[in-house]
Design a protein around this ligand. Structure first.
Ligand code: AMP
Ligand code: FES
Ligand code: ZN
Length: 300
C-alpha cells in the first residue's frame, strides 16, 4: 500500500476514503479535516478564545493538540465527575497534558457544583448515570465559559459519536433532538455560548491513530458506568455496517446534516429565559440543573 500523497509506504488505510497514508501525511490529513470543519461551520475565528472540554480521552486531547498547533488561544476545561479511580486518572491525565504544553486548564468539580459526585447522583435520581452526568456536563461547560469569558466551547465528539447519537434519535424518532444534532450550535441567548465539534468529520479509529502517532498520553478506560449503554450498542451496529460497506457511517451522518436536518431545523425552538435560581438559560422557571441539585440535597 502506498501513501496517496507521497507514494511512500503507507501505515494507515482509510477504506471509507479509498486511501492510505504514511504517518506524516495522515497527521496532515487529520489536521485538514479539523480545519475544514472549523471553516465550513464558522466554528470560531483566530481572535476568539476557545474553551476545549477535555475528558482525558483520546478525542478531546487530540482536538486540543490540533488547536494548540494551529495557534488558537485555548484553555482546557476538565469536569471532575467524582467517579472513583476513573475520575482521578482522567483529571491527572488532563493536568499532565496541560503542563507539558504550557497551556491553562480549568478544573471544575461536579460534586462541588451539584452537592454530590456522579455515583451519588445516580443513586439519588434512580436514572441511568449518564442522564444526570450529561446534564451536569452541559450546564457546567456553559457556566465555566461564561464565567471565564469564552464565546465558544469545543468538544471532542467524533464521527462515531455523532452517527450513534443520530441513530439513537432516529430509532425513537426524537424529532426535538434532531435540530440540535449539529457540528456547530449557535448561541441563541446572551447566556448560552456556542458549542462546536471540530472532530465530527473524523472517526474514532482515526482519532486513536492520531493520538498514537502524536504520542498523546490519554486514558484508555471508558467510564465504568458506560457498560451496557445503548450508545455503545448503537456504535457496534454502525461498526458492523461500516465493515460491510465502508463509508456507511459517514453517509448516514453527512446525508442527515445536508439533506434532512434543514427540514427539522425549521420547527420553532421553545423560548429561552433565565433560571429564577441560578440565572442560566432554561425553557422553564427553574433549570434542570438546579432541580437536580435540590433533589440531591434533599436525599443526602
Ligand atoms: P463522551 O460523551 O464521554 O463521549 O464525551 C464527549 C466529549 O465531551 C468529549 O470529547 C469531551 O470534549 C467532553 N467531555 C466528556 N467528559 C468530560 C469531562 N469529564 N470533562 C470535560 N469534558 C468532557
Ligand atoms: Fe457520565 Fe459515565 S456517567 S461519563
Ligand atoms: Zn438554575
Amino acid at each position: 500500500m502506498k501513501c496517496r500523497k507521497c507514494g511512500e509506504q503507507a501505515s494507515i488505510e482509510l477504506r471509507r476514503h479509498n486511501a492510505a497514508f504514511c504517518a506524516p501525511d495522515f497527521l496532515e490529513f487529520f489536521r485538514n479535516q479539523v480545519r475544514e470543519a472549523i471553516r465550513k461551520h464558522r466554528m470560531f475565528t483566530r481572535d476568539e478564545r476557545v474553551l476545549v472540554a477535555v475528558s482525558g480521552g483520546k478525542d478531546s486531547l487530540a482536538l486540543w493538540d490540533v488547536l494548540i498547533d494551529e495557534g488558537y488561544e485555548t484553555s482546557g476545561l476538565h469536569l471532575d465527575l467524582g467517579i472513583f479511580d476513573y475520575s482521578v486518572e482522567s483529571r491527572a491525565t488532563c493536568e499532565r497534558f496541560a503542563s507539558a504544553r504550557g497551556v491553562p486548564l480549568i478544573v471544575s468539580s461536579v460534586a462541588e457544583a451539584v452537592g454530590a459526585p456522579v455515583p451519588v447522583i445516580k443513586r439519588v435520581t434512580r436514572r441511568p448515570p449518564c442522564s444526570g452526568c450529561g446534564l451536569s456536563k452541559r450546564y457546567l461547560m456553559n457556566r465555566a465559559a461564561l464565567e471565564h469569558g469564552f464565546p465558544v466551547v469545543a468538544t471532542g465528539h467524533n464521527l462515531d459519536d455523532e452517527a450513534a447519537t443520530l441513530f439513537g434519535s432516529v430509532m425513537h424518532w426524537q424529532t426535538d433532538a434532531l435540530p440540535r444534532q449539529s457540528p456547530a450550535l449557535p448561541s441563541t441567548h446572551a447566556k448560552l455560548v456556542r458549542r462546536v465539534k471540530p472532530l465530527y468529520r473524523l472517526s474514532e479509529r482515526e482519532t486513536a491513530a492520531f493520538a498514537f502517532l502524536r504520542r498523546i498520553d490519554y486514558i484508555v478506560d471508558e467510564c465504568p458506568f458506560a457498560e451496557g449503554a445503548t450508545s455503545i450498542a448503537h456504535k457496534e451496529i454502525l461498526n458492523r455496517l461500516e465493515e460491510a460497506s465502508p463509508g456507511a457511517k459517514h453517509n448516514f451522518l453527512f446525508g442527515f446534516l445536508e439533506r434532512a436536518r434543514p427540514v427539522f431545523a425549521g420547527a420553532p425552538a421553545p423560548p429561552l429565559r433565565e433560571c429564577a435560581r441560578c440565572g442560566q438559560v432554561t425553557t422553564g422557571t427553574v433549570c434542570a440543573f438546579c432541580k437536580l441539585a435540590d433533589q440531591v440535597k434533599r436525599a443526602t
